[in-house]
Design a protein around this ligand. Structure first.
Ligand SMILES: [Zn+2]
Length: 206
């Protein structure tokens, strides 16, 4: 029998009857119920952000185990519930993933966003290159030229696109990507796995 990918319990542990009958899952009910769903859509500057879950201690530790602990077996748990919806959302759009630095890619041996998206069969566009220390630098880079020196794209997406990241915290990465790809002042939409409380606060304070 298959076991929960997170806690190794039997898959039917803690599932409701409805879930048991209608929702095939790869983790047990107890673990599934720890994902806190998020229905809000956030608007921040020229960015519209859709987040599937809230970023809390559970999400943090799961992402840490997956990314830094290189527990690749966890990859499918993040978007498992959205995998079919994602195909619909991205039917006419490429999924532009936020970059990892070369050092991270080499030490991890995989791009975490490609792994997370693998269960949903969306068309991935890996067009960005990230330079060192870019998180800190991005906060200071207000204009396009400065952003270019930190984050660049190697090619332009071939069709319409939405951005994708695992966590939105300050919004700086998505804003930088949007500003590099945007035509004039158009709104750019992004989908993220989870939204950090700090980003919710930033959006509420505008
Ligand atoms: Zn479990």
């Amino acid at each position: 029998m298959n076991r929960c990918l997170i806690c190794m319990s039997a898959l039917d542990e803690g599932v409701t009857l409805k879930e048991y009958l209608f929702e095939e899952d790869i983790i047990c009910g107890h673990c599934r119920h720890r994902f806190i769903k998020n229905d809000r859509i956030y608007t921040y500057k020229n960015l519209k952000v859709h987040a599937f879950y809230q970023y809390d201690d559970f999400m943090e530790s799961l992402l840490y185990q997956f990314k830094e602990g290189r527990d690749v077996a966890l990859a499918d748990v993040f978007l498992w519930k959205q995998r079919k919806k994602m195909v619909d959302i991205f039917r006419q759009h490429q999924c532009v993933i936020m970059p990892s630095s070369k050092e991270k890619l080499e030490s991890r041996g995989f791009h975490h966003l490609k792994k997370i998206l693998a269960c949903s069969k969306v068309e991935i566009c890996d067009c960005f290159i990230k330079t060192k220390n870019y998180k800190q630098s991005l906060q200071r880079a207000q204009n396009r030229e400065k952003i270019h020196s930190i984050m660049q794209f190697s090619f332009f997406p071939e069709k319409d696109f939405y951005l994708f990241d695992d966590v939105v915290t300050s919004g700086n990465t998505l804003l930088a990507a949007a500003s590099l790809l945007r035509k004039k002042e158009e709104m750019i939409e992004a989908y993220v796995l989870s939204v950090h409380p700090r980003f919710v606060e930033i959006c509420d304070k505008q």
